[in-house]
Design a protein around this ligand. Structure first.
Ligand code: PMP
Length: 360
């Protein structure tokens, strides 16, 4: 252990949401509601279930290492070409690939305070210098991020909407930002929660690609498509970038079941629309309930809300666990007074609200 590289040894690992089975084991509770990982409370579409059953017959074989059908489906869906599409074991894997290809020791990687934790972790893994730019109203301060660019900057991560805060920036703000980014700096535009955005001033990651060959757009099947367990994400970028990224990709990084199910999920946009509609309806109910209880939720464009509960947040989290409700503490983001709560089904949200009413 003493021989481990120091920059690796000092990384604080990513803390995932507590699994339902773990809480059931610990407390012997029969009813557990997990609102901790921004998953799709509707599960998966029936079409995905059918596709999964068929795929079970071919599990004895390696998957298509080039994910032809999945990349073709993504290219068609996004109106891009196949050489611009790469798939990953979750978009997480792709975020890390980009870091590994474009930055290393001595280089600077810029991201916002309170931005998705994987950006900072990736910067540390690759031995680059993480530059965390102070947030504005818990969201990206794009002016300050542009001002933080130096000759050492190689990579910038942007999340829109951002997790865990739910913050959002407009197309105009992004355009103004991009005009200040030198062409030799790679910008990752992470659209993990794209489908949930309701505002009409939202940027289009796809439009950015045409204008800026240094932009990489990442998306995921883990949220609105309901495939979190299968770990599938994709990125869209200039073919030369995709070509570079492919050099460090492990063979067969996206397994067969995941490829087949992601194709089926993409083809079922009705399911995505239903998931988004449920989120819209339930998110406003949860925000109203939290506000009535005296808590302060941040505005959110995602399938979750980050809520200021004051100094009692950690205690409230513990009490919720005892009542069978798993939410996400965000103290590791420097937000000790907040809990992040994913939006569930009507019954799940009711469980949360009833449990919160019992908290002392
Ligand atoms: N980006 C953001 C902003 C996220 O919140 C997440 C998941 N929590 C991811 C990327 C990664 O998602 P996945 O690896 O499941 O595609």
């Amino acid at each position: 252990v003493d021989q481990a590289l120091p920059h690796i040894a000092k990384i604080s690992p990513y803390i995932p949401g507590k699994p339902v089975s773990e809480l059931q084991r610990e407390l012997g509770l029969s009813r557990v509601t997990k609102l901790a990982s921004n998953e799709n409370p509707l599960g998966v579409s029936a079409k995905v279930e059918q596709a999964a059953k068929l795929a079970l017959k071919t599990l004895g074989r390696y998957p298509d290492g080039n994910a032809f059908y999945l990349r073709a489906a993504i290219a068609e869906f996004t109106c891009r070409t196949m050489p611009e599409v790469m798939v990953g074991n979750g978009s997480n894997e792709l975020l890390e690939f980009v870091g590994r290809v474009f930055a290393g020791p001595g280089d600077e990687v810029i991201f916002s305070q309170y931005a998705f934790a994987v950006y900072a972790i990736t910067a540390q893994i690759i031995g680059a210098t993480p530059i965390q730019v102070t947030a504005k109203a818990y969201g990206h301060d794009l002016d300050a991020m542009a001002a933080a660019i130096t000759s050492k900057t190689k990579l910038i991560y942007l999340a829109n909407p951002n997790n865990p805060t739910g913050s959002f920036f407009s197309a105009d703000a992004l355009t103004a930002f991009m005009q200040k980014v030198p062409a030799n700096v790679v910008v990752v535009y992470d659209e993990a929660y794209l489908e949930y955005v309701e505002r009409d001033d939202a940027p289009s990651g796809l439009a950015l690609l045409d204008q800026y060959p240094n932009v990489i757009v990442t998306r995921t099947f883990s949220k609105a498509y309901g495939l979190a367990a299968l770990r599938v994400g994709y990125l869209l970028a200039h073919p030369d970038i995709v070509n570079l990224l492919n050099r460090i990709r492990a063979p067969f990084n996206v397994n067969e079941l995941s490829q087949v199910c992601a194709v089926a999920a993409l083809a079922d946009q009705d399911f995505v629309a239903a998931s988004v509609a449920l989120n819209k309806q339930e998110r406003s109910k949860v925000i109203t309930a939290l506000t009535h209880m005296g808590y302060t939720p941040l505005p959110s464009e995602g399938n979750f809300v980050c809520v200021n509960m004051g100094p009692e947040a950690a205690s409230i989290n513990q009490q919720l666990l005892q009542l069978g409700v798993i939410v996400r503490p965000v103290a590791n983001y420097g937000m000790a007074d907040f809990l992040r709560i994913s939006i569930g089904t009507e019954a799940e949200n009711q469980h949360l609200i009833t449990a919160l009413a019992q908290v002392k």
